[in-house]
Every structure is written in C-alpha cells, then in structure tokens.
Design a protein around this ligand. Structure first.
Ligand SMILES: [Ca+2]
Ligand SMILES: [Ca+2]
Ligand SMILES: [Ca+2]
Ligand SMILES: [Ca+2]
Length: 778
C-alpha cells in the first residue's frame, strides 16, 4: 500500500512541477537584435558587449542573432543587465531576449465511443491492427478530405454520420434526386452503404464506434438500388470530381465464378477522366473491393472494375490472419484490411440502418471502406499526392505480418507479395508517415509490346517467351514498373479450365487467372485484360513468359489469337529513391484566410502547406513581400506555387507554351512546348457482355449484307412467277371451270412441275398448290 501511496505522491509532485514550469517563461542565452549600419556595426557591438554574433536572421535585412556564453542557457528570469547595455547602443533599434516557446502537438485522446473497445482492428487490442492509432496521434483524422460511398444509399440523418455528412459528395442516381436516403424495407436490404460510410467517417466521442477518418466528410451515391446501366455507373464514378477525393466501391459483376465482365464504354471513360482531371488533375482515388466470390472459386482478374489499373483494389483477411472463405485471389489486388472470418472471429463495428449500430459488418465490402478511411488520413497528411503516388505508398505501407497464405513470394525488388493479399496488411501509421516524405512520381509511361500476333493452338500447355526491350531510347522507356497488363484474345472449349500465368524477367510469377470450375463458357477471352501489381518497381527489361495451361479435360481445344504486353511505370529507378527527406514542412506565418505566407527553411508555399517542390499542375515563382514585422517594414522573398496552364501537367510558366510534361492521353509538342487536348482511348477493358453484343452486331451486319440481295432476288422472282401463274391460271380456270376441285389441282401439279423444269420436289409443289387452293377457297 505504502508503495502505491509513494507512487501516487511522486506522480502528483511531477505533475505539479511540470505545471509550475510550463506556466513560467524560459529565457535562453540568445537575443534577436535589429541593428542599423550594416554587418560591420553588428560585429562591433557584439564584440564590445561579449556576445557571439551568429549572423543575420534573414539573408537580407538588419535582424541579427546574438548569443552570450556567460548567460545561462535556460533561466526563468531575463538577463536585465546584458539586455540594458545592448539597448543603450544608438544603432540598436530593437532587441528581444529569446524565450523557449512551448509548441506541442495537439493532444490526442482515445475516442470515447461506447463501441470503440470492440473495434479490434484499430484500437490496438491485437498486436498487428491497422495501426490507425499512430496516424491519429500524429493529428491526422481526415480533416478536409471528402469520401463518397457508391452503394445503396446513406442514412444521412444517422446521429453517428450527420455531423460529417456532405451533400456535395452525395446523389441519388436511382431516383435522380440529390437525396441518397436508403429505401427501407422489412429486411433492411439497403443497409450496406450506411454501414460502409460509418467505417470511413463515423463521428468520434458520441455513440456507436468511430470511423477511421472520423473528421472526414462523407457522402453517398445511391446507385445499387435500381436498374444498373453503364450510364448509372459512369455518373456515380464521375460525381463532383473536384470536390470528392476518394470514391469507395464494393460492387462489380456477379461473383458467380462464371462471369468475365468489365466496365463498358462510359464507366471506362469515367475512370480515365477521373484519374486525369479529378482532384485538380492529381486524379480521383477509386478504392475497390476485390470481390466476394471466393466460395464460387471466382477470380478477381475476371472483374474488369477491380482489375483496372485505375482502381486501388483491396482484399480481406480475418482477425486471425486467415484468408476468408469469401475472398477472391488475383494478381491485381494491391493491399488488404481486416474483415469477417469464421464465427469465432470478430467482425466490423459500424453504423447501421434505422439509426442503429452494428458489430456484424462482413465481407470484402467491409475492407474497402477501411482502406478508403486510411487513404483519407494519408491525403490529409499530403493532399498533393497523385492517384499513382497513392498506389506507390500503399505498396510500401502494406506488410505481410502474420497473414497466412500459401503463395507468399518475394518479387524482383525483394517485396513479399501474395495473390490473396497483394502486399499485405495496410499500416495507417506508416502510410501517413510516407505521405509526408514522398516526392511525386514522374508522369506515367505506357510501353506496349505485341508479343504474339499469329494464331497459336492451345493444347496441354502453351508457353510463349519473349525478350522485351521496354521502349528503350524512346520517351516511353520504363525503368520501374507499376502495373503490368496482359491483353489477349483466345477461344477455348471450356474457359474455366485454363490457368494463365505471367513471369517477369526478375522471375516474379503472377497467376493472371486460376481455374474456375463453374466457368463452363466456350466464349474464351476476347480482348480481355489481365492485370498484375506483383512486379511493382521491377526493371521490365528481359525475358517475359506467358503460360496458358489446360487444367481440365484433354479434349479441350482452343487458339490464342494474340497476346500483348502493356507495361506501365516510370523512367525513374524507384528503388534508389530516398524517402527520408521530408517534403512537407511547417508554415511560420499565415494570413487571415489561413493561407501560408512564410515557410520554414527553403520550402515553397502551396496554399496552407509548405512543400519542398510544387505539385503537378503548378510551378515555382519567387515573390517579394513587403511586410511590417515588429514595427519595422521590410521586404522579403518567398517561393510560392502558381498554377500552370490547364493543358500542362508540369510547366515552367503560366503560358500554354510553358508545358514541360502533359497529362495522360495528351501529346507533347516539343517545339511549341505545348500539350494537345486529351483523347481518351475507347474499347478499354472489353467485357463479355460487349463481346456478345459484338457477336450480335456481326450477325446482324452479315445478315443484312447477304440477306438483302438474296431477299430482293427472291422477291422479284416470286413476284414475276406469281404474275405468270395468275395469268396462266386464269386461262386454266376458264377451261376447267366446270370440273371439280381435284381436277383443277391435278392440272396445277402438272403445270408446276413442268414450269419449274428443275425437278423441284413433290412436297414443294404440293405446298404451293395447297396454298394456292386455300387462297382460292377464300
Ligand atoms: Ca432519393
Ligand atoms: Ca461514434
Ligand atoms: Ca468476382
Ligand atoms: Ca485495381
């Protein structure tokens, strides 16, 4: 007991002392002195009074920094004597003994929400959680970031969402009105969007649990509760792209293990426009769930939404680090967050429909919003990151840890990667840390290589190897890979029996699609794109190998008609880049609007931020400011970021002819230093649905081409034949009008056979006769 008492007293004493100390000023042994008469005068005064002259505070101007060795480094009292002596010097116009300023990071306290203790994936209850606490402790809570959930609506009046609800990030596409309130029915089928929204931005310190980015703005697009068309998807994906930073989607083609489908024309265009123009040209961030078809052996590379390079695909792991039963594996998944698993494992805590809370949110669709929330924290830490920067950072901030999978391998740059988890569990603390240290990557390059153009038979196993020179000596040269895309067309008797894999020059094996037992389709893959992120940062130069293997019956046959490799990446060697230098620094002075006016060190002003260099779409300009500081007017230069011409991606001046690089899908004119208007490619990510449409189209076109002349010839022939027959019949009828019907028929038969003279069959003749007789009867 006495020990505890002693401890309490000690704690109390320490806190009293620190309280006392913090209330008192701490004087240093340094002075700031304004001296007129130049540097020589400053040196003389310093020497005379025993000070060390540490030089000018600013490169220009009359502020000097003095230090006195015989004054104590820290003192609660100012040194009056030395101060007064200096003050009496006629050239000293102003001086101040420097005091230690208490600058603490805003205090952070753990959320007090009643269900917070059940949020095991973020409250530090398990050893390897999402490490959200360390991002919160650094002061990042999603402030200023806008996330929209594309789903079945959002209960905007939910007490745990209302404060963060953002109508500008919301819309009801199903009913075409601005209010995305879910439609209520007896089994609450439209609770999904509200649950996902709470994971991102449920308010802190009230009821239920807390969102990962609990100070972010959250909106919802109601688009899954009705007929879904290409237009519906495209409108959702392109809602208010200058306001919304992150779109979170947990939907896609049916997870039945048989479907091969991707975004159609308009949804594809929405992605392309989003990454080019969204977020002021930095690119919208599309966070995507990898799919719930694990139970049906579905493969997320057969889903063109999640396997798009423009979506940041998120897989799931369970509380114990197992692959969940619903999880789909594929090489395009980038990262992983927690979700539900077996009955013994805990699920996700979030807001629920009808103003309730739930502890039972499940599936891959619970993982994507957790990632969206973590990405919101990183965007708050550095809002100048591009859509590709974010993928680079997520690769670096994901860790294999305890996640169990049979296929973890080291890729060519030494990172562990798995088809179940991508690069592993996303670490929020690491992501925000890297975000403040990351220099934006150079513009994306695409190097396209036709590997096989002539048809090749696929029997048991088809292996194609080719040495690839990644567009060397051109402006498309790629040194470090990002996404690797394989586009191919093949026919096959049973598509689901094929396993297709790609091996990079560094030996990284990406399973592009695994066997899908329920996929009995004989459509094959037509212009389908498979994607892998497993070669991230590898050098693409060398031998690539594609393997197409039949894992089913030996009677299967097919033909590969073409195979193309699309490499995406940059000219920079990403593995040699240093990420230690902080790219964001503190602002020293702000104006009334909160815009920074002066940065610490050699940083450039960008709105409220201080950056080491201007972000894409901006260039560095020096400005001279005239300001009154401590009663003295002075000029000083500041570096700020000014916007480029909207057509440029980077520039060295405002004009249309100051472009240095161009945005995606735009061409650079070297002479003019200008960029063309972007032309967004069409027919990207073709789907089976489109293939079927194409097939139908072809049939119609062929039918018209062949059918029309044939029909015309037939029409003319039958018409002339009819006319001929009618005229003859009139004569026959006249001659045999008294005879019975059978007699007439007889006559006609004779006429028919003799007229045709080509041996037309008995039945045909009879048919004509019958018709004719019937017509006569009427
Ligand atoms: Ca509505
Ligand atoms: Ca709450
Ligand atoms: Ca799927
Ligand atoms: Ca993706």
């Amino acid at each position: 007991m006495s020990y505890i008492r002693q401890l309490l007293v000690a704690v109390l004493f320490t806190s009293i002392v620190s309280e006392f100390n913090s209330s008192k000023q701490q004087y240093t042994n340094t002075w700031a002195v304004y001296i007129s008469g130049g540097a020589g005068e400053a040196r003389r005064i310093a020497r005379k009074h025993g000070f060390i002259n540490l030089g000018r505070v600013f490169d220009d101007g009359c502020y000097y920094y003095f230090k006195h060795k015989r004054v104590s480094k820290r003192s609660v009292n100012p040194h009056q004597m030395r101060h007064r002596r200096l003050e009496k010097e006629p050239k000293v116009k102003w001086l101040e003994q420097q005091v230690v300023k208490s600058r603490q990071k805003r205090a952070f306290s753990v959320p007090s929400d009643p269900l917070y203790h059940k949020q095991w994936y973020l409250n530090n209850a398990i050893p390897n959680d999402l490490n959200v606490l360390s991002a919160w402790k650094r002061g990042y809570t999603g402030e200023g970031i806008v996330v929209s959930i594309l789903d079945d609506g959002i209960e905007k009046n939910h007490p745990d969402l209302a404060k963060n609800y953002d109508p500008k990030a919301s819309f009801d596409i199903n009913d075409d009105d601005p209010d995305p309130q879910p439609r209520y029915n007896f089994n609450d089928e439209n609770r999904h969007g509200t649950r996902c929204a709470g994971e991102v931005a449920a308010v802190a310190n009230n009821l239920c649990g807390v969102g990962v980015a609990y100070n972010a703005k959250i909106g919802g697009v109601r688009m899954l509760d009705g007929e879904i068309t290409d237009v519906v998807e495209a409108r959702s994906l392109s809602l208010n792209p200058q306001h919304i930073h992150i779109y979170s989607a947990s939907w896609g083609p049916e997870d039945n293990g048989q479907t091969v489908e991707g975004p159609a024309v308009l949804a594809s265009q929405a992605f392309l426009r989003g990454i080019t123009k969204g977020r002021g040209g930095l690119g919208s961030i599309f966070v995507w769930a990898s799919g719930n078809g694990g139970f049906q052996y579905d493969d997320c590379n057969c889903d063109g939404y999640t396997n798009s390079i423009y979506t940041l695909s998120v897989g799931s792991t369970t509380q114990l680090g197992n692959v969940p039963w619903y999880s789909e594996a594929c090489s395009s998944t980038l990262t992983t967050t927690y979700s539900s698993g077996t009955r013994l494992e805990k699920q996700i805590v979030t807001t629920d429909l009808r103003l309730r809370c739930t502890e039972k949110h499940t599936g891959t669709s619970a993982s994507a919003p957790l990632a969206a929330g973590i990405i919101a924290l990183a965007l708050e830490a550095n809002p100048t990151l591009t859509w590709r920067d974010m993928q680079h950072l997520v690769v670096r901030a994901s860790k294999p840890l305890h996640l169990k999978a049979g296929d973890w391998t080291k890729n060519g740059v030494g990172r562990k990667v798995s088809h179940h988890y991508g690069y592993g569990l996303l670490d929020a603390g690491l992501l925000v840390d890297l975000a403040t240290k990351w220099l934006t990557v150079n513009p994306q390059r695409e190097c396209s290589i036709d590997i096989s153009k002539s048809p090749q038979v696929i029997s048991d196993k088809l292996v194609i190897k080719k040495y690839v020179d990644p567009c060397s000596q051109t402006k498309k040269y790629i040194r470090s890979l990002e996404h690797v895309v394989v586009r191919l067309s093949l026919s096959y008797t049973r598509r689901g029996d094929l396993r297709i894999a790609l091996t990079s020059p560094s030996g990284t094996y990406s399973k592009l699609v695994d066997v899908r037992p329920y996929d009995t389709s004989s459509h094959g893959y037509r212009d389908w794109t498979f994607m892998s992120v497993h070669c991230w940062d590898e050098d693409p130069k060398g031998i690539w190998m594609l393997e197409i293997e039949n894992k089913g019956s030996s009677t299967n046959t097919g033909v590969l008609s073409y195979f193309k490799l699309l490499l995406y990446g940059t000219d920079e060697n990403m593995m040699t880049r240093r990420t230690k230098d902080t790219v964001i620094s503190h602002c020293i002075n702000w104006n009334e609007d909160g815009v920074c006016e002066e940065c610490q060190g050699n940083f450039v002003i960008f709105g409220r931020l201080c950056l080491v260099t201007c972000p894409p779409h901006y260039y560095n300009v020096s400005r001279i400011l005239n300001k009154t500081m401590s009663g003295v007017r002075r000029n000083f230069t500041v570096d700020t970021c000014a916007p480029c011409h909207p057509s440029c991606y980077s520039c060295d001046g405002y004009s249309v002819n100051n472009c240095l690089t161009c945005p995606p899908f735009s061409n650079y004119d070297e002479k003019q230093q200008s960029c063309s208007l972007p032309v967004y490619p069409r027919h990207f990510g073709r789907s089976e649905r489109n293939d079927q449409m194409d097939g139908l189209h072809k049939i119609v076109v062929v039918a018209i081409l062949i059918g029309a002349p044939v029909a015309l010839i037939c029409g003319v022939t039958s018409l002339s034949w009819l006319i001929l027959r009618l005229s003859r019949r009139q004569t026959v009828m006249v001659t045999t009008s008294v005879a019975g019907a059978s007699e007439t028929t007889q006559l006609h038969v004779q006429h028919d056979t003799s007229d045709e003279g080509t041996g037309s069959s008995e039945t045909e003749s009879t048919y004509f006769i019958t018709r004719f007789d019937q017509r006569l009867d009427h």
